[in-house]
Design a protein around this ligand. Structure first.
Ligand code: S3P
Length: 442
């Protein structure tokens, strides 16, 4: 346990969750809004930006690279204002290392953004980020002509030497990763010709949807995306819809707390992101979505959910895993309360998120008396709807925001309080989570 980690008591909610609510801005779209606006010529206007640890890492990074950021906190907790980018001039040589904190999206996208410019950047992060694999980004960028120190580097800190003479490539990605895809496409914006990324399964497509809004020529299809370079992005107005990955915790809370009924408004309904809704539908949950608008090319609307005590296990196939990747921990908790076995296929990526989420899910469910195991690359959970909650539970969030929120639902929706080590990590994606969920009870 890190010395600065605290133990937080999470007490049961006073009653069922009830009402309509908005969640903070989508984290993936917020990162891209910050980075693409920093790359663009002119001043982009942004509203609804998520104010969280991870997005602050992206803001800090683009400031060190020469973008002018003028964002202010709004009454709803979001950030809004302008970002003036470097456009044709390119980023400046940073005069210190760029610390990306806990944010994998910041550092991996940044590697692509820096690639086509004559600058050298030393990239680092916190202890968790410095354990995560970077080879997946370094390898395709090296093929394009970028140099990295040390040679053969696998993890941060890494020094990247950009180059104005990048080659456009077609890259067969070994994994479905939007971070990898985006890094290569951003580098491709500075190369002459068409840069293409083909994936084994579809990953989230915010980059392909947002880059044309900033004036880039892109083509996108099932498991493939391309950009035409060279291209300088142009400033844009961006409204960030609510984050479905944050909404998932409220939705799952409503499914775990008897008598609950919730609507989450203005939340992104991008199909690559609402795999958890489809999964919960297949588990028999009373859940529906209603589209109410479009922000740029990103659809948004309402997710409605009602408690039901009739959930059953289901299978999440490998090709759908990317659409639920950040929701597997909280879906696993719901699966523990469903009748029968739930299987998530090909879950290896979970080992290399902010923590080893696979081990943490099994460890946490074991404390609840739930059998969960790995067979091959698949995660199995044997649900027990009538399993009594043990008392005096202490969960370790392993400094991982999504684990902190998942295990907090045991205390919030269960029969007795739980303690969480490192609950403060929720600040990475959803700083107001606890006040919000408590405010939804009568
Ligand atoms: C993200 C992509 C996913 C996801 C992460 C955010 C993004 O990671 O887990 O939280 O914004 O591109 P991978 O690309 O590693 O799958």
């Amino acid at each position: 346990m890190d010395s600065e980690q605290h133990i937080t008591a999470i007490n049961p909610l006073a009653g069922p969750l009830d009402g309509s609510i908005r969640v903070p801005g989508d984290k993936s779209i917020s990162h891209r809004a910050v980075l693409f606006s920093a790359m663009a010529e002119g001043t982009s206007r942004i509203s609804g930006l998520l104010d969280s640890g991870d997005v602050r890492s992206s803001i800090h990074a683009v400031q060190l690279l020469g973008a002018h950021v003028n964002l202010e906190k709004q009454v709803d907790g979001s950030l809004a204002g302008g970002i003036t980018g470097w456009g044709m001039r390119g980023p400046i040589q940073p005069d210190c290392e760029i610390d990306c904190g806990n944010s994998g999206t910041t550092v991996r996208l940044l590697m692509g953004l820096i690639a086509p410019w004559d600058i050298t950047a030393c990239l680092t992060g916190d202890a968790s980020l410095c354990r995560r694999p970077m080879r997946r980004i370094v390898a395709p960028l090296m093929k394009m002509g970028v140099h990295f120190d040390p040679l053969g580097c696998e993890t941060l800190p890494i020094t990247e030497h950009g180059s104005r003479a990048l080659h456009a490539i077609t890259y067969e990605s070994p994994m479905a990763s939007a971070q990898l895809k985006t890094a290569v496409l951003l580098a491709g914006l500075g190369a002459h010709g068409v840069t293409t990324v083909n994936e084994p399964a579809p990953s989230r497509n915010h980059t392909e949807l947002m880059l044309p809004e900033y004036g880039a020529t892109t083509t996108a299809g099932y498991r493939t995306a391309s950009v035409h370079g060279p291209c300088v992005l142009q400033a844009k107005e961006v409204n960030v819809p609510g984050d479905p990955s944050s909404a998932a915790f409220l939705v799952c809370a409503a499914l775990l707390k008897s008598g609950s009924s919730l609507q989450i408004e203005d939340v992104s309904l991008n199909t690559a992101r609402i795999g958890f809704v489809r999964t919960l539908e297949r588990m028999g949950a009373d859940i529906s979505v209603q589209r109410t608008g479009i922000a740029g090319k990103e659809p948004y609307g309402i997710i409605s959910v009602r408690y039901s005590d009739e959930l059953r296990g289901c299978e999440v196939p490998a090709e759908k895993l990317a659409s639920v990747i950040d929701e597997v921990p909280v879906l696993s908790l719901v699966a523990a309360h469903a009748k029968g076995v739930t299987v998530f296929r090909h879950v290896n990526e979970l080992k290399i998120k902010e923590s080893n989420r696979l081990a943490a899910i099994i460890e946490g469910l074991d404390q609840l008396g739930i059998q969960a195991w790995i067979d091959g690359d698949d995660l199995y959970i044997e649900g027990r709807p009538d399993c009594a909650q043990p008392s005096d539970l202490v969960f370790d969030a392993h400094n991982d925001h999504r684990l902190a929120m998942t295990w907090s639902l045991v205390g919030l929706c269960g029969s007795s309080s739980v303690h969480i080590i490192g609950f403060e990590s929720v600040a990475i994606s959803y700083p107001t989570f606890l006040e919000t969920i408590r405010g939804l009870t009568a």
